[in-house]
Design a protein. Structure first.
Length: 189
């Protein structure tokens, strides 16, 4: 033992003598702590670390999935709001929408009836369409939507359905991108 004075931060409550050096003392204390279950063995620590990493990875995947759903819903709501703002202002280019719907109908020069909202019908009143095409105001059709009745059936162009379909495509794209990134990350590991 050395003759140097020992400075303690506070007065000890109990003292005991330990035969041996400081390393021997720490080894005995470590064994006692392990016996009491205070310190897990390295295998337990590794297992716990693996469990924590797995939980973290699961949480990350859930968060990314939720982020994709949030982005999709947010984009859908913003798009819907912008479209309805344009509809309210009457700047939604209903003529172009009707012409595109007619072109997709496959009727050619055949007879068809285009059903649109009364405000849209008023906008289309001075517009000349191909012969055999008539425009009808229909309060059951939402503003900006077009329904074309043809001899082959009904063709519907609904803005809300288009927005919903676009949101579904966006969500699928985000999901596939995330899946591809996850596959790439796991192949790098």
């Amino acid at each position: 033992m050395s003759a140097e004075p020992l400075v303690l931060p506070r007065r000890p409550k109990a003292v005991r003598l330990f035969p041996g050096d400081l390393n021997a003392y720490f080894m005995v204390e470590l064994e006692r702590a392990e016996a009491r279950g205070r310190i897990a063995g390295s295998a337990d620590c590794g297992r716990l670390l693996d469990q924590a990493a797995a939980k973290l990875e699961t949480s990350r995947k859930e968060a990314e999935g939720e982020l994709a759903r949030f982005v999709t819903r947010f984009a859908e709501q913003v798009t819907r709001r912008l479209l309805h703002t344009e509809l309210d202002k009457g700047t939604h280019q209903i003529e172009a929408m009707v012409r595109e719907t007619l072109a997709r109908s496959g009727v050619g020069r055949g007879t068809c009836v285009v059903h649109v909202h009364p405000a849209d019908a008023e906008t289309l009143a001075p517009v000349v369409f191909r012969s055999g095409t008539s425009i009808e105001a229909d309060a059951g059709v939402a503003r900006g939507c077009v329904q074309v009745t043809t001899p082959q059936g009904l063709l519907v162009r609904d803005i809300d359905l288009c927005v919903r379909h676009a949101a579904e495509l966006l969500h699928e794209h985000l999901r596939q991108s995330h899946s591809a990134e996850a596959d790439e990350a796991s192949s790098d590991a």
